[in-house]
Design a protein around this ligand. Structure first.
Ligand SMILES: *Cc1c(COP(=O)(O)O)cnc(C)c1O
Length: 392
């Protein structure tokens, strides 16, 4: 299984994404804004006909994303959630059941609970890190298991190969949201998953300028079905956003590995600070060593012992890290999950999933680790004051 990381040279695939091959072709793929493509005659089978179905700029991104996992071209969408919606519409219908990991992106949960539910598509949420819990949730009408690893924002690791085995035995498909690690650091299909799911809005674009989503899989019939759903519902990515995403893709391996190394350094430093109750970073888990290609991603979370008030003071004192609901950019970003990404999850349920009031999520960017540690130290000093004040 480790061989996949040697077989696919992600640096080279990324650097050469979308480049022209023929004589006098532009080196960089053009932004094909035309909505429509002309035909030679009524018998024409031209590759592109109408931009909702396919277009050359999006196709260049799709080829690169497919090459990154050794599959046919990916299917790209206007956002990560547009990709997920298409996947659900493609493989689920009324009367079907699917199993969803508890640690998935909030929008995935909302889609399952508040939209698919109304279409007669039943979902069971389980702790995906527990393979037996998944096994027990499977029913004869289960068509899909959807997980995200590392989980958000607890960074818990699910053993993809183990989940793939029970899912396959049940005759269902396994989809893995690989947005945090990308194919550069984790290859879900190599561990038996059927579909890799991406919000390219995050690390693949990397510069916070283009929404996008992608589905990657090997199965030709499923790919055709996904393209049919996209054509029918109109969720394709815009050419301009595909072009920006291609630009981001070229430096993805460099950015992600560098940002991951800084994240590991920050996780080590945070773990030594008395104000920090716990640090979540995937490196410490066994499955991570097998599943991840060397480094463990640029996202970590940590809990301030002083709870909500300490977290609030911490965030206010930061000068470099910006408070946003986002990950994967070249700037370091901080999120307070309890009030932001998981603000509408009932408190009890939230605490049970490990999202305490004092938990902060950090998406580490390209600033120097010295500058970032200095900023975090500013936050810690401010939060320590609160703790003392509230304890007094
Ligand atoms: C952001 C995100 C999504 C949704 O993607 P959009 O592009 O915002 O629609 C899905 N999964 C994960 C893990 C994400 O971080």
């Amino acid at each position: 299984m480790e061989r996949i990381y040697e077989r696919i040279d992600t640096e080279t695939v990324c650097a050469r994404a979308g480049i022209g091959q023929g004589d006098a072709e532009p080196l960089v793929v053009p932004i094909a804004q035309s909505t429509t493509y002309c035909r030679d005659g009524m018998e024409s089978t031209a590759e592109h006909q109408y931009s909702r179905v396919s277009n050359p700029t999006v196709a260049a991104l799709e080829s690169a994303l497919g090459d990154l996992e050794g599959t046919p071209p990916a299917v790209c969408f206007g956002s990560g959630l547009a990709a997920e919606s298409a996947l659900f519409l493609a493989v689920l219908r009324a009367g079907d059941h699917w199993v969803c990991g508890r640690g998935v992106y909030g929008g995935t949960t909302r889609l399952g609970q508040q939209l698919l539910d109304g279409l007669g598509i039943d979902v069971t949420f389980v702790d995906a890190t527990d393979v037996d819990a998944i096994r027990h949730a499977l029913r004869p009408n289960t068509r899909l298991v959807f997980i995200e690893t590392p989980a958000n924002p607890t960074l818990e690791i699910t053993d993809i190969a183990a989940v793939a085995r029970v899912t396959r035995e049940a005759g269902a498909l396994l989809a893995v949201d690989n947005t945090f690690l990308t194919p550069v650091l984790q290859q879900p299909l190599a561990f038996g998953a059927d579909i890799s799911v991406y919000s390219t809005t995050k690390f693949v674009d990397g510069h916070s300028v283009a929404l996008g989503g992608a589905l990657v899989c090997r199965d030709a019939a499923l790919l055709e079905r996904l393209r049919f759903v996209r054509k029918s519902t109109g969720g394709i990515q815009t050419p301009f956003n595909a072009w920006l995403t291609l630009l981001g893709l070229k430096t993805l391996p460099l950015r992600l590995r560098h940002q991951s190394r800084t994240a590991a350094r920050i996780a080590d430093w945070l773990a030594r600070q008395p104000e920090i109750a716990c640090v979540n970073y995937p490196r410490t888990r066994d499955a991570a060593a097998v599943q991840h290609a060397g480094t463990h991603g640029a996202v970590l979370s940590f809990e301030l012992a002083g709870g909500f008030a300490a977290a609030s003071r911490f965030v206010d004192a930061l000068r470099l890290c910006r408070l946003v609901e986002h990950v994967g950019s070249v700037e370091t970003l901080v999120t307070h999950p309890a009030s932001m990404t998981h603000g509408d999850v009932p408190r009890e349920e939230r605490l049970e999933s490990g999202i305490a009031d004092g938990l902060l999520r950090l998406s580490v960017g390209l600033e120097s680790s010295e500058a970032l540690l200095e900023d975090l130290e500013r936050g810690l000093r401010a939060s320590a004051q609160v703790k003392e004040a509230s304890c007094a």
